[in-house]
Design a protein around this ligand. Structure first.
Ligand code: THU
Length: 129
């Protein structure tokens, strides 16, 4: 899966964002080791902390379907700024990905930056204790 295509799938998922409180739309597209793609969008709630980010929706869909190994995720926002994953999403992802997992952060125009997971969450608290 080309990263450009993964960004496109994230942009499609972004159209379903439910964001009446922030007005900010996010889409995510997660590709598993075997090439299966899971998408997600942000889903807000009047009880603000009950809302969930696009990345965690995509991961939750994949995990709940039995997928455990992943190659990359594309995240796209609705402004000129790149959509970098929030701290909670970085920690959530750390449970399931390694340092070489690729994170593609895109802006509304589809321009993107590419990171290794270890760059976004160095020295992460791992599940191995
Ligand atoms: N949001 C995401 O979907 N992913 C992130 O990594 C950062 C924030 C959403 C949550 C909320 O619906 C909106 O963006 C504004 O914070």
């Amino acid at each position: 899966m080309e990263y450009r295509q993964l960004v496109h799938l994230a942009a499609e998922a972004k159209k379903n964002a439910y964001n009446p409180y922030s007005g900010y739309s996010v889409g995510a597209a997660l590709v598993s080791e075997d090439g299966t793609v899971f998408t997600g969008c942000n889903i807000e709630n009047i009880a603000y902390p009950s809302g969930i980010c696009a990345e965690r929706v995509a991961f939750s869909k994949a995990i709940s379907e039995g997928f455990r190994k992943f190659k990359a995720i594309a995240i796209i926002g609705s402004t000129d700024e790149m959509a970098y994953p929030c701290g909670m999403c970085r920690q959530f992802m750390a449970e399931f990905v390694g340092p070489e997992f690729v994170v593609i952060c895109a802006n509304k125009n589809g321009e993107y930056e590419q990171f290794k997971f270890s760059e976004l969450l160095p020295n992460s608290f791992s599940a191995k204790f």
